[in-house]
Design a protein around this ligand. Structure first.
Ligand code: SAH
Length: 461
């Protein structure tokens, strides 16, 4: 390749017109074909941009002033939107967010999967794309003798201390963080000091069941001892009767991981409950539980539709977590087998099956890519396989095991369009056909995209 010099220099200010968006929602504008990535710029806009960094084939810029705004530019409702970085798309109309997510899935299907003919439907969004999160985890620290709580400033461990609310968070959780901080501060409970690894209260975690209104408070501490625990707990549950559980989680390590291994019940129940559709879930401090249950229902209804069950099918749910999808499927199938690598999640799944009086779902601990070939060797022949892998997608062994098992249908739930497209290509080459893909917006205001794909065994097989 010929050596080229970028047409712009670091610190130069230029006028740039934007054409496109990256996966993270940054604007893309070109100078003589050389792309510059600029956070908070939208396609169709013209802006003054300061060049921050140049690489051989692309560069980065900072938005100084939008001279011609897009009709999709909106005022972000969050006061700390830019400092926090937890959301990336608040400056973009919700319509544009949904369009962008659909387009990104289409692009991945085309460029990575060479599956341009597969229909990718418009993203299913929320009527009200705010305050959807059911769980908050917020760090505590001390500043000028007062306890403060707030998210970290982007790429730092510096707490944004004037943060009153998080606009994608359930209002109840916001209020509970404020209550814990206020009471703990008055009682004189010391907050954690990360630099010196001293102090007590590290994080406040709050989770509320959106259907049941039950709240769990988790106080993450560096020490076994939580001073004034009795007073704090009493004031919390006496003032806020929707609190059903208060637990202490102990994390003595110098680490970015929020929760430690040990959890101690301080007051109330060990679990709170919530429902998605007709299924009830028991949620402990350590349980994984979907953060946007309203859209989870939309996603799983779609998965169930693509599974097309009549009641006689044997189904495998790989990467089954706490059994959310498995139990949804078990309502319509003869038998569901779930496989999941985290033992605690599997015991939660078993408990959730019992809680819902469902005896046609079995859960196994193991690596999906190892258990599936073993199941095949045992003669298990599923009619339908559902997968919901982490961002890195499915292992090739697992894709091969699915191809060997020849189920009539596969439903692929994905949180990463790139690995989805890669895996769909592998399945296509192995005798399956992707029929359609449905993006579902589980995380409005952020760049995350969730999809579900319908895949069928080709008739000639
Ligand atoms: N469907 C579940 C969770 C899906 S998240 C739900 O909605 O609750 C992906 C899950 O895959 C996680 O629970 C993770 O622990 C699990 N996992 C990751 N790698 C795995 C592997 N190799 N085999 C089985 N499970 C795995």
């Amino acid at each position: 390749m010929a050596k080229t010099t970028p047409p712009v220099e670091k610190n130069q200010t230029i006028e740039l017109t934007f054409e496109d968006l990256t996966h993270d929602g940054d604007g893309v504008g070109k100078v003589n074909g050389y792309p510059l990535f600029v956070p908070y710029a939208l396609p169709g806009e013209t802006a003054q941009v300061k060049v921050i960094k140049t690489k051989k084939n692309f560069g980065f810029g900072k938005l100084l002033e939008v001279t011609k705004p897009s009709e999709h530019r909106v005022e972000p409702p969050c006061d700390v939107y830019i400092q926090c970085g937890g959301c990336q798309l608040q400056h973009m109309s919700y319509t544009m967010q949904l369009d962008m997510k659909q387009r990104q899935v289409q692009n991945a299907m085309k460029k990575i999967g060479h599956l341009e003919h597969v229909p990718v439907h418009p993203s299913l969004g929320m009527d009200d794309p705010w305050r959807y999160r059911n769980k908050i985890q917020i760090p505590a620290a001390e500043r000028n003798g007062e306890m403060i709580t707030g998210f970290y400033r982007k790429r730092s461990h510096d707490i944004i201390d004037d943060m009153e609310t998080c606009v994608i968070q359930d209002e109840v959780n916001d209020r509970m963080v404020e209550a814990v901080r206020r009471i703990a501060s008055r009682l004189g409970i010391p907050a954690y000091n990360e630099e010196q690894h001293r102090g007590v209260l590290r994080h406040i975690m709050v989770r509320t069941g959106q259907q049941t209104n039950e709240t769990m408070i988790v106080l993450v501490t560096r020490t076994n001892e939580l001073p004034y625990a009795k007073e704090l707990v009493a004031e919390l549950h006496e003032t806020y009767p929707h609190i059903k559980s208060i637990v202490q989680n102990i994390n003595k390590e110098r680490t970015n991981v929020i929760l430690g291994r040990k959890t101690k019940l301080l007051w109330g129940e060990e679990y709170i409950y919530d429902t998605i559709g007709d299924i009830k879930f028991a949620i402990s401090a350590q349980s994984f539980y979907q953060v946007n249950p309203a859209q989870t229902k939309v996603l799983y209804d779609q998965a169930l539709k693509y599974a097309n069950l009549s009641g006689n099918e044997t189904v495998i749910d790989a990467y089954s977590g706490i059994g959310t999808i498995s139990l949804f499927l078990a309502q319509k199938a003869k038998k569901v087998y779930g496989v999941e690598i985290v033992p605690q999640a599997v015991s939660d799944a078993k408990m959730n099956a019992k809680l819902n009086h469902m005896d046609n779902a079995e859960f196994y601990v193991g690596k999906a890519e190892e258990v599936m070939p073993w199941w095949k060797a045992q003669g298990l022949n599923p009619d339908v396989i559902v997968v919901d892998p982490p961002r890195k997608g499915c292992d090739e062994e697992l894709l091969q095991a699915m191809i060997d098992m020849k189920p009539k249908r596969i439903v692929y739930v994905s949180c990463n369009p790139s690995t989805l497209a890669r895996d769909l290509r592998f399945l296509e080459d192995g005798g399956f056909e992707t029929k359609q893909v449905q993006p579902v917006d589980m995380f409005p205001q952020t760049g995350h995209i969730e999809c579900v794909a319908e895949i069928e065994l080709k008739v000639s097989n």
